[in-house]
Design a protein around this ligand. Sequence first.
Ligand code: COA
Length: 440
Amino acid sequence: MAVTLKGCYTVKPTEKTWCGRLALSELDQTEQVSHVPKIYFYHPPENCKYPTIASTLRDSLSRVLVPFYPLAGPLHWINNGRLELHCNASGVSFIEAESSSSLQHLSDDFNLYRLLAPTVDYTLPIHQNPLLLIQLTRFSCGGISIGLTISHVVVDGPSASHFICEWARLARGEPLQTASFHDRRVLRAGEPPSVPLTECHVHVEFDLPPLLLGKNDNAEERKKKTTMAVLELSKTQVETLRKRANGNYSRYESVAGHIWRSACMARGLKEEQPTMLSITVDLRRRIKPPLPEGYFGNATLDTVASGLVGDLVLEPLGYTCSIIRAAIEKVNDDYVWSGIEFLKNQEDLRRFHLDAIAKESEEEVFYGNPNLSVVSWLTLPMFGVDFGWGKEVYMRPATHDFDGDFKLLPGPVGGSFVVALGLQVEHMDAFKKHFYRDIE
Ligand code: COA
């Protein structure tokens, strides 16, 4: 598929916005220093001609950047792997492109999807990269895609979804629905470290996960070639898994448990191999008091479920789900605040950003073989986004070529799931086989 760039613009907030240094929370500071790309695909708009679409998107973007002004400023390293956000309205990037392909021919080919979301040049100093980059691509059939690439240091999935929904509302000519809340001090941003914590909680989620038995580091695994896939689960298949897990677990827990077992088998791991599953938990309503509505930033904490491969694959699915449930239940008010204190007391956060600082590092937290991460996008308000010409046909994360990186999305029919995943090439076919065979 050929994609030709037609124009590149910097879009700035349409009005004067607050300028200054915005303190980031520890949860922002320890996120990956990279952007999360996703793409929305739309049928040819019937009620809107192309030049109008591009100008509507650019105009509404400059208006939505007024309330969402942090997205228009760059990040700066300060010291010891800590960052701050300079709100200076320098703007976001808006690219227009054309493709000779038509929407029908895309069929979940991630090599093509890479061309539909803006790429970020991480060799540049961090302050030279926009926090938000958008690419509008027009296909030969008249359909369009909107690729968004958003900095994970500045927002998590729920906040990114909030921004996208409000942008679409302005594009449709409707008022904003929920104001964005920017005072990250509610998560103790900007406070100096407090006295060291007595170890009331063990925060294994900040440690390096287990290595393959017999290895001293993950260097070899990190170098292996990876590939991506999208697998669908019908509502019936999801319910089958839930029933197999005794019906006591959520759809996320049931499907994540099934994925974990399938990955252990596909990777051919030994029964005595320790393995970890990382789960991202939205803490907005799990802390007391809950975060203000519209909190804009990172308010998620990773928790980990761990086990031995032999136990996971030989015990019934409900056993794996029970470990996942226990890991999620740990994330309560106490646990979140002790996690934040733990991070505050780290003099140096560089180990969380070794990928950005050292480019490739064996010490960086790596959830590839024999581990994995299963992130839920199931309940994020990022679907059904109508900019004025109807809801998307579908949405996809643009890249997933990390070993062990799984995302769960709602499928096309109510109750169905889409699993977007990255695995080592040598494990992908076996994974698909186990994943579907064990549902039948
Ligand atoms: N809309 C509709 N249903 C919702 C909902 C919402 N906003 N929030 C929860 N539910 C439903 C869930 O779908 C689930 O239903 P099910 O049992 O039929 O599957 C039930 O309520 C329980 O949900 P929850 O308590 O969230 O547990 P879970 O096991 O489904 O999910 C987590 C566990 C940790 C994945 C989830 O709580 C969470 O934090 N999700 C957000 C993850 C996130 O932020 N992702 C982006 C990362 S950048």
